[in-house]
Design a protein around this ligand. Structure first.
Ligand SMILES: Cc1cc2nc3c(=O)[nH]c(=O)nc-3n(C[C@H](O)[C@H](O)[C@H](O)COP(=O)(O)O)c2cc1C
Length: 252
């Protein structure tokens, strides 16, 4: 079985998506599942949006993707930056090389584009060409349902707990030089690789991720509603649901 896993720039459901695909790759069912994982025949190609690359790094997951896709044929990791504006590797969908596409997590931005037929990025091109080739597409939106969700944030500095030490170990020992400024430093998340060393080094516990509550906007819920009505697209509530709801077979 060959799966195209598309990652967009969302923190919500990111770790859950990673854990689900890593489990299935290791031959472990990631929750209730109809799929019998057969790691030897399962190939996962990863397609990542520009924002996806940044957010994956912030959460310390980017380098771990190799555990799922080792770089061999049909197990590559393609980034939007490398794929330019026309996303040539999305041509694989026209050649029907995949059994399914999973967009997990899917940002409101990417959901809106798919809902309105826009294909101007790597992930939206993958979805567009997969749909034209009748390959089923599964989307896990971050903002698909009314009400609030809890979402884990990347690292930040708690300005109330920070003592503004002259010798700030987290700042001085960050290999990415992502922590800057004095007396109360800040984190440049575009440099941060989410390694978590700073968290361990601060004796005052002033660095943390934390969880925030996010409410879905009405427009995002409406766009997810549009996706539900699109031919060949299945909207899922959680990354593990792909393994439960996947149905074998081309759609036309
Ligand atoms: C740490 C972080 C977490 C984010 N999480 C989400 C999210 O959960 N859902 C969402 O819709 N956008 C989220 N965003 C915003 C998207 O990255 C942004 O809208 C981006 O333009 C999406 O581009 P893409 O859809 O091409 O990946 C997040 C941004 C950052 C920096």
């Amino acid at each position: 079985m060959k799966i195209a896993w598309c990652i967009t720039g969302a923190g919500h459901f990111l770790k859950e998506s990673f854990e689900a695909f890593r489990s299935i790759k290791k031959g472990v069912r990631p929750g209730p599942s109809n799929l019998k994982p057969q790691p030897s025949t399962l190939k996962i190609t990863i397609f990542i949006s520009n924002a996806g690359v940044e957010v994956l790094r912030m959460y310390g997951i980017f380098d771990k993707l190799k555990e799922i896709s080792n770089g061999e044929y049909m197990e590559e990791i393609f980034t939007e930056k490398e794929q330019g504006s026309s996303s040539p590797k999305a041509g694989r969908f026209s050649l029907r090389k995949y059994d399914a596409v999973v967009v997990s997590p899917a940002t409101s931005n990417t959901v809106a584009k798919i809902a309105y037929g826009i294909a101007d990025s790597l992930v939206t091109n993958v979805v567009s060409l997969a749909s034209k080739a009748c390959i089923p597409v599964y989307v896990v939106p971050t903002d698909g349902f009314p009400g609030k969700v809890e979402s884990e944030m990347p690292y930040s500095i708690d300005r109330e707990k920070c003592k503004g030490c002259d010798d700030c170990e987290p700042r001085d020992r960050c290999k990415e030089e992502a922590i800057y400024g004095a007396p109360i430093p800040q984190i440049d998340l575009l440099r941060c690789n989410g390694c978590g060393l700073c968290l361990e080094l601060c004796p005052y516990g002033a660095i943390n991720g934390g969880v925030v509550e996010i409410k879905a906007r009405e427009i995002d819920i409406r766009n997810v509603g549009l996706l539900r009505k699109m031919e060949g697209i299945t909207v899922l509530e959680h990354p593990t649901h792909f393994f439960l709801f996947y149905k074998k077979g081309n759609l036309c």
